[in-house]
Design a protein around this ligand. Structure first.
Ligand SMILES: C[S@@+](CC[C@H](N)C(=O)[O-])C[C@H]1O[C@@H](n2cnc3c(N)ncnc32)[C@H](O)[C@@H]1O
Length: 275
């Protein structure tokens, strides 16, 4: 299928055929996750939470959760009594966030917008952009636009917490990845597969993925997704932040707060808006 940047591996051909057949729900761009599947596969991830909550308690709200998804961070942040703006471009993610936060009495404002162009009704004291979401923006130009816009929406002295992976040579990066997950409560079975191609000149990974869901609807559901990660090396990230009016407070290499070094697989930039 031409509109998918990776192709050829037999493993994936059946899913390209399905996408073309009109019998699959095709989602493109921005890591277009199926929200309920996202919750089943990623919803339990909590490693970054203590660090984010500690920063939020220190700097205060309002907080803007950038690429808020189904509320994995939005809900705990709002549960601290903070006003949270949940910015996500995907209406399906917002619907799932509403379902997840219903009846909790939290101050969450859903804003369906791009990170590059959102506008908050009041300036935030903290912006959080977790789990590689910033890399989904797909190019350095879009990352610059996003940082400029984040800065516009933060109060002077406001903070940004940004978590992205450190690009590293990885011999198995282009091997197909396949995993399955059975939800013990609902009995829903998921099969998830991904295949990526690394472009070291452009500094990007192009990813194709599929999700099969059994047990939720009478028919199995098939989703096909495609997106691009635009990598950022530590020096690039630092320069980008400085160019867009932030000062880097610290560059951490894990969620325990260790400084980033050659062993780090993630880098967490804590930056502050320069006056
Ligand atoms: C990896 S998920 C992270 C969700 C959540 N923050 C978490 O940590 O679980 C990335 C989210 O960012 C959203 N997203 C991706 N690109 C975006 C953009 N340019 N503007 C707004 N939202 C975007 C996606 O729709 C998705 O919900």
């Amino acid at each position: 299928m031409n509109s998918f940047p990776v192709g050829g591996a037999e493993f994936f051909d059946i899913f390209f055929d399905l996408a073309e057949s009109g019998r699959a729900n095709v989602r493109r761009g921005y890591g277009g996750w199926v929200p309920e599947v996202y919750d089943l596969m990623e919803g339990d991830f909590e490693d970054d939470l203590p660090m984010i909550l500690a920063l939020a308690r220190r700097v205060g709200g309002p907080v803007v959760d950038l690429g808020s998804g189904t509320g994995r961070l939005t809900i705990p942040l709002a549960s601290e009594g903070l006003d949270v703006f949940a910015v996500d471009s995907d209406p399906m993610m917002h619907s799932q966030l509403r379902r997840n936060s219903e009846g909790l009495g939290l101050s969450i404002t859903s804003i369906e917008a791009q990170i590059q162009t959102f506008e908050l009704p009041e300036k935030a004291r903290l912006a959080v952009c977790s789990t590689n979401t910033f890399l989904y923006l797909g190019s350095l130009e879009e990352q610059r636009r996003a940082l400029a816009n984040i800065r516009r929406n933060l109060a002077v002295g406001g903070h940004l917490w940004l978590d992205v992976f450190v690009p590293k040579p990885n011999p198995s990066a282009e091997e197909p990845y396949l995993t399955s997950h059975r939800d013990p409560d609902s009995g829903i079975l998921l099969l998830y597969g991904a295949e990526s191609r690394e472009d070291h000149f452009q500094g990007r990974s192009h990813v194709n993925a599929f999700t099969l869901v059994w047990g939720r609807k009478p028919q199995p559901e098939v989703y096909v997704q495609s997106w691009t990660y635009a990598w950022l090396h530590p020096a690039e990230l630092t320069l980008l932040l400085e160019a867009e009016g932030f000062e880097l407070v610290e560059l951490l290499g894990d969620y325990e707060g260790e400084a980033a070094d050659d062993c780090a697989v993630q880098m967490i930039a804590v930056a502050r808006v320069r006056p």
